[in-house]
Design a protein around this ligand. Structure first.
Ligand code: DX5
Ligand code: ZN
Length: 229
């Protein structure tokens, strides 16, 4: 399957979120990645519910919401109501991860779990079959524009093996420092969803950059079935 592309709005112009969201409508973006940061789980604050609602009003693509917050269990329904299609929580923020995953699924959202760079993939062994997505952080969460951590490639391959062994159909998402320098290798290692913030939005023409990513990556593999979009 060709990877899904999920540009991260963290790198968009927050003063013009409506036009930033609208210009992606006809682009190669499959999902819009929305980074919620609380200043506690990560050392940065981004945006929360009202901004997500505003993005949702103007978005054509499903919202892939990455919760970099402590105690995410208190806010899942609110983020679903604000427009999230996928809700990803951090393994490191959830002592009762199994329960949180079930809560997300009961809300009718795709359930994702993100792993910080230092967290090994095997911690997901007992919950893998219940997951719809695993987000492998290829930078330390909290900021856009950081350098890709090369060990991610090895980690993606290990995760792919774990998911196959568990009979899990979870998609593998990569988040942080993704560009056309590493995208093909990530897809070959098993990545299904590529998040890209600064590579897309700091380019002169984000829509053209997404088209270029789509073109180069679809040459690698067959297109995805429509129900993955
Ligand atoms: C980092 C966020 C990422 C970020 C990626 O904490 O989770 O989604 O926006 O940005 P780039 O692609 O610039 O590394
Ligand atoms: Zn993210």
């Amino acid at each position: 399957m060709a990877p899904l592309l999920a540009p991260s709005l963290l790198a968009a112009d927050f003063g013009n979120l409506q036009s930033e969201t609208e210009r992606l409508a006809g682009s190669a973006a499959d999902w819009l990645h929305c980074d919620v940061m609380d200043g506690r789980f990560v050392p940065n604050i981004s945006f929360g519910l009202p901004v997500l609602q505003a993005i949702h009003r103007h978005a054509r693509q499903p919202l892939d919401v990455h919760l970099m917050i402590e105690e995410p269990q208190h806010y899942l329904a609110a983020f679903r109501d604000a427009g999230a299609t996928t809700l990803t929580v951090h393994y490191e923020a959830c002592p009762h991860l199994h329960r949180v995953v079930q809560q997300i699924k009961q809300l009718g959202c795709r359930a994702g779990v993100a792993l910080n760079p230092h967290t090994p993939v095997w911690v997901l062994e007992e919950v893998a079959a219940d997951l719809d997505l695993v987000c492998v952080m290829s930078v330390n969460p909290g900021f856009g524009g950081q350098a890709f951590i090369p060990n991610t490639l090895r980690k993606v391959a290990a995760l792919k093996e774990l998911l196959v062994d568990s009979g899990s159909e979870a998609l593998i998402e990569i988040d942080g420092g993704v560009s056309l320098d590493n995208a093909a290798a990530l897809v070959e290692a098993g990545a299904d969803v590529l998040v890209a913030g600064s590579f897309v939005f700091n380019s002169p023409d984000p829509v053209a950059t997404l088209a270029q990513m789509r073109e180069q990556l679809s040459a690698l593999v067959a297109p995805p079935p429509p129900d993955y979009r």
